[in-house]
Structure formats: C-alpha cells, structure tokens
Design a protein. Structure first.
Length: 268
C-alpha cells in the first residue's frame, strides 16, 4: 500500500530511513573538505544547519571540532543521535527551523550545506531565516551557503534517480522522482516515491510531495537578501574555482555558487 506525505521541508518516513543508503552514506562527498577548510579558516564553534543524519557533523566532531547541529526533522535527528552513539559522540542537536532559530550560543562559522536555505520557499520566511542566521554569528563570524540555480526547467515524468540494495536484509530500495518548475515564480515543485522491493514485489511504498520544494535566486537577489539582514563582506566561490567545482560534483544542479558572508560588528 502506498502512503502519500506532504513533506514541505521537514523530512520523515522512508525518505529518512533510506537517506544514507541512497546517498552511499555521503561521508566521502568532496564538499566535506571544502567545509572543513572553511571551519579552519573562520573558527569554532561552528553550526551545521540542516545537519540531517550527520554526514558532516559527526566526522567534524570526531576530529575534535566544536560543531552543533540543527534540523527541522525529528526523525533525521533521531537517526543522527543513534549514529553518534555508535561512534561514541555526543552532539548538541536542535530541532528548529531556520526562520525561528533560537539557540543558546553564537558561532564563528555557520554552514548551510546542500542549498538547504532554498528549502525555505516563502519570501517572508526566507527574510526571517537570514536575520536569524545573522544574529547567531559572533562578531565578524562567517555564514557559508551554496545557492543552487535550477537549469532543468522542463517538467519531468517519473524517473528512477537512485537504487541500492539494503545490506541488512537484501531488499532493493528505489527512489523515483519527478519535477515541475515555475520559472516566473522561481519555484521548483518536486515529488519523490520510495519503494522497498523484495523478490521482485514492492512491499512498501511512500510518496513525498514538496510543492513548492525549492526557491532559487539570482545572484543579485541573494546579495540583496544578505544586505537586508545586515551582512557586511561577501565572498563568492564561482563554479570555475577548483573548490567550488569539487563541491558541485556532489550536487544535483548544473550551476551552483557558494557565497561566504561576514557578520557585522567588531572582533575583540
């Protein structure tokens, strides 16, 4: 029996339980070194926004870095905690949304990997999220975010986007996806169907709807968003740079830019 979930940008169900498997765990994605270098450059404590199951967070903690994690999904955070316990780690994890972020300390570096900021699709909420990110930085702290530019604008039919064998029971796990893009509104609507297949039969199926699921920005729109939130200096990693190319290789978009902005105030 197929279940249908309206996901928004809070993930659950089969999307979460198959997350690491369908991404081959994600620990070897090349953006890991990119973000690790930026934490070394700007300092700790650091915050991983949209930490999910901890693909960056747990490795950084294991290296002795002071990194906290935030995600809007309780199921993602539960899985992250279980993985942390297996590795003897005790991360500080918070279930919060970016637009209402309220944490007990401020940070030298805030990371928002995988274009997670763009999951906040309502303009008012995006403005609020940017202000909350700004207010959680220490003076002259750095916010690092990739912005994904959607280049595939034609509607797509269902297509197989991932398939792996689950090691504990040998079941085949599949993800099917389709997309529709509203170019005028700069919104992408997406649907994902997850299937568990045993001996050729689909024994479990779940469809996730995110409509809209993502908002994209022109560079000038992103810069205006930063400026209104009070950010000062802006540094742009374009796809032509080596590090940006490394980071892009783990993303689904054909065109990303990584923007690094510094908070206001003076360092003491």
């Amino acid at each position: 029996m197929r279940r249908v979930r309206e996901s928004g940008h809070t993930y659950g169900g089969l999307m979460v339980s198959t997350w690491d498997l369908l991404r081959a765990d994600g620990r070897n994605w090349p953006d890991r070194g990119f973000y690790r270098d930026l934490i070394a450059r700007f300092g700790t404590p650091a915050l991983d926004i949209g930490c999910a199951t901890g693909r960056l967070l747990l490795d950084f903690l294991a290296e002795g870095l002071a990194v906290d994690g935030v995600d809007s999904s309780a199921e993602m955070l539960d899985l992250c905690r279980r993985k942390a316990e297996e590795r003897g780690l005790r991360p500080a994890l918070y279930q919060q949304r970016m637009e209402s972020l309220d944490l007990p300390r401020k940070y030298r570096t805030i990371l928002v990997p995988s274009s997670s900021f763009q999951l906040v699709t309502q303009p008012e909420a995006a403005e609020a999220a940017m202000r909350r990110l700004h207010d959680h930085l220490e003076p002259r702290g750095a916010l690092v975010m990739p912005f994904m530019v959607v280049t595939e604008t034609e509607p797509t039919d269902w297509r197989l986007t991932a398939e792996r064998t689950r090691p504990d029971d040998g079941a085949l796990v599949r993800r099917w996806s389709r997309r529709w893009t509203d170019v005028e509104q700069q919104l992408q609507h997406s649907w994902d169907r997850f299937e568990i297949v045993v001996e050729g039969n689909v024994v479990d199926s779940e469809e996730h709807s995110r409509s809209p699921g993502l908002r994209w920005y022109t560079q000038s729109q992103a810069l205006e968003l930063y400026a209104r939130a009070g950010f000062a200096e802006i540094e742009i990693f374009r796809p032509s740079s080596r590090r940006a190319q490394e980071m892009r290789s783990s993303a689904s978009s054909a065109s990303d830019e990584v923007l690094i902005v510094r908070g206001s105030g003076s360092e003491h």
